[in-house]
Write a protein that binds this ligand. Structure first.
Ligand SMILES: Nc1nc2c(c(=O)[nH]1)N[C@@H](CN(C=O)c1ccc(C(=O)N[C@@H](CCC(=O)O)C(=O)O)cc1)CN2
Ligand SMILES: NCC(=O)N[C@@H]1O[C@H](COP(=O)([O-])[O-])[C@@H](O)[C@H]1O
Length: 218
């Protein structure tokens, strides 16, 4: 059974999907600890409810990004994880931190990368008039949201959509693809080599699989 540390900054609905997937056995792993850079967030309550250790490590307590990341790394390493999962973690990580966890650091991003790296992705896609949007699971590299994509899911944007409708539609897909990618990692089927991701030793397409292909093995 693999040991997973999850980093969050807020609600933790993706964390909940991962916790549920571990509890059901879909993921052969356990979330040993959850760390939030923000206090009083629902995600920490979700962690405690599931029996995980919940840490709050406010980034405001540290004078620099590097000093925060050093403290974060020390806390993560105290749990000796096989995998570190960003699930709505809203801090840009330093190159040193990313290098330390290279090959075992995943993120869920709410867009079809490489479109809309960074923040406010749903608003940007809606303002651009996109009719297709989605989410991406990728390995984390120094380049913000530029790491190798493992799996994507597409959703439609309808002209009458409000932001909440798009957000919920993307969330629904996030809760499907992130546990699946983590399942692959815990099975030893997924690995990273530089800016390439491999599933069963085969390089993944540049932008990963997409859910409408349904070609990937559950
Ligand atoms: N080195 C990397 N760090 C992070 C990556 C990455 O790919 N490489 N992914 C992000 C996750 N993310 C989008 O998926 C993201 C998170 C945060 C930000 C950002 O601009 N953060 C600001 C603070 C914003 C806030 O507090 O609301 C900051 O850190 O100054 C952009 C993208 C996680 N880190
Ligand atoms: N750039 C990072 C980013 O925007 N991540 C997004 O934050 C949300 C967190 O929701 P959650 O806390 O309910 O899982 C998720 O939709 C995730 O894709």
């Amino acid at each position: 059974m693999k040991s997973i540390v999850v980093l969050i900054s807020g609600n933790g609905s993706n964390l909940q999907a991962i916790l549920d997937a571990c509890a059901s056995g879909f993921i052969d792993g356990e979330v040993c600890a959850v760390i939030s850079n923000k206090a009083n967030v629902l995600g920490l309550d979700r962690a405690k409810e599931a029996g995980s250790i919940a840490h709050c490590l406010p980034h405001q307590d540290y004078p620099t990004r590097h000093s925060y990341d050093q403290a974060l790394q020390q806390l993560i390493d105290s749990h000796k994880p096989d995998l570190v999962v960003l699930a709505g973690f809203m801090r840009i990580l330093t190159p040193e931190f990313v290098q330390h966890y290279s090959g075992k650091l995943l993120n869920i991003h709410p867009s079809l990368l490489p479109k809309y790296q960074g923040l406010h992705t749903h608003q940007r896609a809606m303002e651009a008039g996109d009719s297709i949007h989605g989410c991406s699971v990728h390995f984390v590299t120094e380049e913000l949201d530029g790491g190798p994509v493992v799996l994507q899911a597409r959703v439609p944007i309808f002209p009458e959509d409000e932001l909440t409708a798009v957000t919920e539609r993307v969330h629904e897909q996030e809760y499907s693809i992130y546990p699946l990618v983590i399942r692959w990692f815990c099975q030893g089927r997924l690995h990273q080599e530089g800016n390439l991701a491999f599933l069963d030793n085969e390089p993944l397409p540049e932008h990963g699989y997409a859910n409408d292909d349904d070609e990937y093995d559950l």
